[in-house]
Design a protein around this ligand. Structure first.
Ligand SMILES: [Zn+2]
Ligand SMILES: [Zn+2]
Length: 336
């Protein structure tokens, strides 16, 4: 089968022939129908790993059809339409026992720490496989993963209706968070970014205000729009500047949730202490948030059509990565 493979000792990915994966007694073999490229795929694309690590197939935002399954798997039929969760836990650590698989001691993530689904087939534990409602397309189902991430992050801040939410970074995650905050949580939303086309999309998705930080000071603008600061700020931009701005534009006693993975960065902590902010990190999601995401997609409460405009065949995956890296597209979906 054709697969997009990451060699750990070099930047980029390689399109090559790989064997159809084996499956264990607890796994399902899926024929992949669609797989999204997300920010963490770009990070892996650019990465050169130190130490020994085997090559692996990239890709975790995927959907497809059930082909076969191991002897311990019961609830599937050939041709079932499904989407898959990224996190694979050990099942026995204290976090897994609490359902916090995303925090597992021995966490594996498909397409990140082990082979994923940017290929024609993938085998994955049955526990990670969710059936799709008939009206959810394979393409839309690839958004269940980033949508579940935003649902977890927004729940972390325990958002109340009629409050102000600021979202930094109108990428796929920020744009989905805009819709969840506005349409499900009934808040007022201001989105901060640099690209006018993405800010326009944010307005289309319900943002009450957008701020282009190339034109105005984003902190002053948000303090002004929200009359003193956002109650909840979601950092989905991935820069140290954005994190400092998130702290500075949040109301006293407000909350900041950090979505993007930050390495060592310099950040102004003064507002966190002076304004008694609550700061949380949010990573991935678990079974429940994925089910909520699929429920919202099935009930068409989230508008996904504008995020599904860029669909590329698997053989053109290199070109797709190039376009995502050059930010020519908000979301690119690969079709094996
Ligand atoms: Zn992702
Ligand atoms: Zn565990």
């Amino acid at each position: 089968m054709l697969a997009v493979v990451k060699y750990p000792d070099r930047a980029g990915v390689v399109l090559e022939d790989a064997p159809v994966p084996e499956y264990s007694p607890f796994e399902v073999l899926i024929k992949v129908k669609a797989v999204g490229i997300c920010g963490s795929d770009v990070r892996i694309y650019n990465m050169i790993y130190e130490g020994k690590k085997k090559k692996f197939i990239i890709g975790h935002e995927l959907s497809g059809e059930v082909v076969k399954w191991g002897e311990k798997v019961h609830r599937f039929h050939v041709g079932d339409r499904v989407a898959t969760e990224i996190c694979i836990g050990c099942a026995i650590c204290s976090y897994c026992k609490k359902g916090l698989i995303n925090l597992c001691d021995k966490l594996e993530e498909i397409g990140v720490t082990m082979s994923g689904g940017m290929a024609e087939y993938i085998s994955i534990p049955a526990r990670n496989v969710h059936r799709l409602a008939e009206n959810i397309s394979f393409e839309a189902a690839t958004l269940a993963d980033p949508l579940a991430c935003t649902i977890r992050g927004l729940e972390m801040a325990q958002i109340r209706p009629d409050t102000w939410v600021a979202i930094l970074g109108p990428g796929a995650m920020g744009l989905l968070a805009t819709q969840v905050a506005k349409r499900i949580r009934r808040t007022k939303v201001v989105v901060v970014g640099t690209r006018e086309n993405r800010l326009e999309l944010a307005r289309e998705f319900g943002a009450d205000h957008t701020v282009n930080l190339n034109e105005v000071d984003p902190v002053e603008a948000v303090l002004d729009i929200t009359d003193g600061g956002a109650d909840y700020t979601f950092e989905a931009a991935g820069s140290s500047g954005a994190l400092s701005q998130s702290f500075a534009m949040t109301r006293r006693n407000g909350s900041v949730v950090i979505f993007t993975v930050h390495r060592k960065i310099e950040v102004d902590m003064e507002p966190v202490i002076r304004n008694e902010l609550t700061v949380s990190g949010s990573i991935c999601y678990n079974y429940r948030e994925f089910e909520i995401a699929l429920d919202l997609l099935g009930k068409e409460k989230i508008d996904v059509a504008p995020l599904l405009q860029d669909i590329v065949p698997l053989k053109d995956a290199q070109e797709a990565f190039r376009r995502v890296i050059e930010r020519k597209t908000v979301k690119c979906i690969i079709k094996p």
